[in-house]
Design a protein around this ligand. Sequence first.
Ligand SMILES: [Fe+2]
Ligand SMILES: [Fe+2]
Length: 222
Amino acid sequence: MQQELLQESKRYALKRLKEEADHIKEKGFSAVLHYRKEHTHTVVGLSKKIADKIGADPLVCEIGAWFHDLGKCYNPRLSPEENHLRRRNHGFYGAEEAKEFLKGKNADPDFIQEVYIGIKEHVGLTRKEKEPLSPLTAAVIWDADKVSKIGWSAWIHFLAYTCNREREEQDLLDLLKRDGLETMEKIFQNLNTEVAKKLAKKRLDNYRENLYHMEGVLRGEI
Ligand SMILES: [Fe+2]
Ligand SMILES: [Fe+2]
């Protein structure tokens, strides 16, 4: 039953992610590398890993990860205004979409509520509160989403995201440093769990180390 629900959630999320890719293409951007889908796969993987290490409910975390950014995915059945609204408050709308879907599958109400909180609370790069997010599953979904934004794979995702939406020319070194390293360092300060901090530190150290090499390569000095 749990496996079935997980597979159905995955299928639904991939269908919605495809709708976003189609929309990107319709707008005239490249969806050769579809950021949102790539990012979601990474968040799902990290959610499973972190949940497993700290003993959080793996099904809540994995299904929450599949749905967490669907609020940002264009829905062709809604008006442009409604889609705009969804993007501006994607945590809430993603949580609502998950609730609707899971209700339709007759999932347990407490389970639905926990998935709902995890998705609704994942938004932002930093948190004002000092205490870790609760429940534990919400802390896992937050951490998985943030760790996915740290390291070289994150930077490649970020580049894809930029190509999916920017029309203006971008400076590559600027993207690597300001939008890359500075943002990653900020995100690193806002993780909930020790497991995520460890994973993020490894990624960040590797990024820093190779950034200087990359800078030399791009300038033709190496
Ligand atoms: Fe998000
Ligand atoms: Fe995300």
